[in-house]
Design a protein around this ligand. Structure first.
Ligand code: EPU
Length: 337
């Protein structure tokens, strides 16, 4: 076990924030993780995976454990589908591409989401009509206090919109070790209901889309409005889309007739935070090196050299403006450290 000190986390967070970790260890086996958890005199552990959903606002005085495990294993297979176990350190998008090459359906709508497989369950990643919970069978997680491996069924994960028990009651308690998926080999469930997907397929003349066609459409849409973290630091959607009472929405509609909304359970609607932020004129604005993406107002970006605090200040300014103008509280989706 080789613990490094004063390691810059810049290469390990997609915002590209340059802060140091007091202690840093790459975890590539269960043995390494268990040894680190038991070792005396070390600061508390801090799990880092793809770094695609965090905003680092200061030096990290912790034992940063970079999840770096690899491997995929087919647990069972029949004519209809496969049950596939994937180690947490596997890159998410590479997994999606590999699954499509193998002819498996299920992950196509989730193409190009940054990050690693192990963090997918934490916030129940979702895009274009599919969430992780639709394809996940179970996951294994290491209890950080005992080192024991525990299996969580999909139900036990308590999934919600960008939410799971790993963000709530079990927060900070587990390292997700592997994720098991149920994927299809035939009779794929094609989810092309999202307007932009249909538009793309229509332009391409595709009438009977395969999972690979859906992935192509998703990649095209994402590349057209979401910045590539390798080029422009960002963490995808910075805020969650707020859910408000239908009555409040009707009131707002009298002032903002074109405000979009998606009906939810219990007489509530989900309003796109991107629309709220865009309507207030924030799209493409900059505050020093921190900015709002010019093609998607829900995404905050680091134009180069921004500190986490600068990005957080901009986020707060946006939250205040949305609260003042619409009476809606928007919450960060990104974990602020
Ligand atoms: N909109 C604007 N201006 C903007 C951005 C959006 O008016 O700058 C409007 C759009 O016109 C549309 C609506 O807001 O009417 C929704 O926009 P979009 O379809 O782009 O989706 P989103 O709500 O902005 C969510 C997810 C994304 C996911 C897409 C597609 C959240 C917080 N974000 O974005 O997830 O890719 O839907 O499913 O739920 C992520 O979590 O990092 C992420 C990128």
């Amino acid at each position: 076990m080789e613990i490094e000190h004063g390691v810059s986390l810049k290469p390990y967070n997609t915002f590209g924030i340059d802060v140091a970790a007091s202690h840093f260890l790459k975890v590539d086996s269960l043995e390494t993780l268990r040894t680190a958890l038991k070792a005396p005199g070390l600061p508390p552990p801090f799990l880092l995976s793809g770094g695609s959903n965090i905003l680092l606002t200061g030096p990290v005085e912790a034992l940063v454990l970079l999840m770096d495990t690899r491997g995929k294993e087919i647990l069972s297979e029949d004519a209809d589908g496969v049950t596939l176990r994937v180690m947490g350190g596997e890159n998410w998008h590479e997994l999606v591409l590999w699954s499509l090459e193998m002819g498996y359906g299920g992950l196509e709508n989730l193409a190009l989401i940054p990050g690693k497989t192990g963090t997918a369950p934490i916030q129940n990643i979702g895009a274009y009509g599919v969430e992780l919970k639709d394809v996940m069978h179970s996951c294994e997680a290491v209890d950080l206090s005992t080192g024991a491996l525990k299996t969580f069924t999909r139900e036990a994960c308590g999934f919600g919109y960008r939410d799971s028990i790993f963000k709530r009651e079990a927060r900070g308690r587990y390292a997700i070790w592997s994720v098991t998926f149920r994927l299809t080999r035939r009779n794929h469930r094609i989810r092309d209901g999202y307007g932009a997907i249909r538009e793309y397929l229509g332009q391409e003349g595709v009438t009977q889309p395969t999972p690979a066609d859906i992935a192509r459409a998703v990649m095209h849409i994402r590349r057209s409005k979401l910045p590539d973290p390798a080029v422009l630091g960002n963490s995808g959607s910075f805020f969650k889309n707020p859910v408000i009472p239908e009555s409040q929405y009707r009131e707002l509609q009298t002032r903002f007739p074109d405000m979009p909304a998606y009906p939810q359970e219990g007489q509530t609607v989900k309003v796109p935070a991107g629309w709220l932020i865009d309507t207030l004129g924030f799209k493409g604005t900059r505050c020093g090196a921190a900015g709002v993406h010019d093609k998607q107002a829900l995404v905050l970006v680091n134009h180069g050299g921004a500190t986490g605090q600068e990005i957080l200040d901009l986020a707060r300014e946006i939250q205040d403006a949305v609260a003042r103008n619409f009476g809606i509280a928007i919450e960060p989706e990104v974990n602020i450290i």
